[in-house]
Design a binder for this molecule. Structure first.
Ligand SMILES: Cc1cc2nc3c(=O)[nH]c(=O)nc-3n(C[C@H](O)[C@H](O)[C@H](O)COP(=O)(O)OP(=O)(O)OC[C@H]3O[C@@H](n4cnc5c(N)ncnc54)[C@H](O)[C@@H]3O)c2cc1C
Length: 398
């Protein structure tokens, strides 16, 4: 197995870098690199730029608008984007629903919904989790009862990321109760403007409104919005989760965060010297850098295996755990580097054009907020404890 990129792959990387240089708006990259808030328009603008280039849905088949890239090309693209400060592609339509519709949707659904995902006509959110149904997702209780050519939906979803921007939500709903709980779940596409839907914000510990609760009261959904077969939704849900975990290691995000940490550690002084020269702090930076390098190698090994026709198994769980631990460690080190500057984080300083007094170095404004925000990484997309259960089942047979 060769972990070096080929000449063609290096040429592809140069093409990606040239594109980022030309098309990634510096205003947006600056916000991402400094941990500032991104608006809905910022995210939509990057989505539109990628769509125009034909690089948005990079893992869709060509016939639906994908670029036909290999696993290595996707890895190169996603990591170079992260290092350059591009925003994360909002994943719910492109990365999650799209592949499900391509595999399980009807022809009419593919024809109608896929182009709307690409051109940004619809902003999708994910209605899986409920109070009492997170890790144990199959315990979900939101019901959909058939009434003529509609389903009537009642219940509640929670942790719905960017649901306040969305006009559409894909939901797992219970359509049968007299069977094993996994066998009574269906996959429904719901228009968020339908009467009976209420979105309430959840403000997280970093002061952000990123997630929501969504309530459904007698919401009428056309039967045509059922994906696949009734009561087969668990199969589609699991298929979607494999896509939720693609590029889960987030190597590029960690590379960018580590560069920022190193910059910050040069600006802060301790005992008259840059913090970067403090032996204990330098050792912690070195350790996380070595961990990151190791994880990158593991990630490339998995990609090489996939390119050779293999299927990632427990490795994607390992990458999820290590990737999120490394990102959390880097944000923890940045917060430590900022010391007292990080504690009273000023929320307004996270907005574009903040003209107030700078408190500490540039990196200070978002250090605490990002530290808090990154706690989520080990929870969503299947918590790290659940990933460890998967590894123990698949490798140790426990
Ligand atoms: C910021 C954020 C955004 C999210 N966005 C979305 C979204 O857009 N759409 C959506 O549907 N969901 C979303 N989620 C929900 C996310 O998928 C769940 O939070 C996650 O699956 C965990 O479920 P839970 O919160 O109910 O915790 P629980 O399942 O109650 O777990 C609580 C703790 O117990 C541990 N635990 C649970 N079961 C086991 C077990 N069997 N063995 C060992 N440990 C266990 C967990 O690891 C965790 O530490 C989001 C969550 C967060 C934090």
């Amino acid at each position: 197995m060769d972990l070096k990129f080929t000449a063609e792959e290096e040429a592809f990387r140069s093409e990606v870098l040239a594109f980022l240089n030309e098309r990634l708006p510096q205003r947006i990259a600056g916000k991402v690199s400094n941990g500032r808030h991104l608006t809905r328009d910022d995210m939509a603008q990057w989505h539109a730029i990628l769509h125009e280039k034909g690089w948005l849905a990079n893992h869709w088949p060509r016939e639906y608008g994908g670029p036909g890239w290999t696993a290595v090309q996707k890895f190169i693209f996603e990591n170079e984007c992260a290092i350059a400060g591009a925003p994360r592609i909002v994943p719910f339509g492109v990365n999650m629903l799209g592949p499900v519709l391509i595999k399980y949707g009807s022809e009419a659904q593919k024809r109608y919904w896929l182009p709307r995902i690409l051109d940004g006509s619809d902003w999708w959110c994910q209605g899986y989790s409920e109070p009492g149904a997170g890790s144990d997702l199959a315990s979900l209780r939101t019901t959909a009862v058939r009434d003529g050519d509609h389903y009537v939906v009642n219940g509640q979803k929670t942790w719905t990321t960017l649901g306040h921007y969305a006009n559409m939500i894909f939901c797992l709903v219970r359509t049968a109760t007299d069977v094993r709980k996994q066998e009574g779940i269906s996959f429904l596409l719901i228009d968020m403007t339908t009467p009976g839907i209420e979105v309430r914000p959840i403000v997280t510990l970093d002061g952000e409104h990123e997630v929501n609760e969504v309530f459904f009261t007698d919401v009428r959904v056309p039967v045509a919005n059922l994906v696949g077969e009734e009561n087969r939704g668990w199969t589609y849900a699991k298929y979607l989760l494999t896509y939720e975990r693609t590029n889960i290691a987030g190597v590029g995000f960690s590379v960018a965060a580590l560069a920022r940490l190193k910059r910050a550690a040069q600006k802060i002084t301790r005992n008259g010297k840059p913090l970067a020269e403090d032996p204990q702090f330098a050792a912690r930076i070195a350790k996380v850098e070595i961990d990151l390098d190791n994880m990158k190698t593991t990630n490339l090994r998995v990609i090489a295996a996939v390119a050779g026709g293999g299927v990632p198994g427990a490795e994607s769980s390992m990458l999820k755990i290590r990737g999120t631990e490394i990102r959390q460690e880097i944000s923890s080190l940045l917060r430590r580097a900022m010391g007292p500057y990080a504690v009273p984080f000023v929320e307004e300083a996270l907005e574009e054009g903040y003209a107030g007094e700078a408190i500490g170095p540039d990196e200070a404004a978002s250090a605490a907020a990002q530290y808090f925000n990154n706690r989520k990484l080990s929870i969503f997309g299947g918590s790290n404890e659940i990933q460890k259960n998967i590894i123990s089942r698949m490798i140790l047979g426990l």
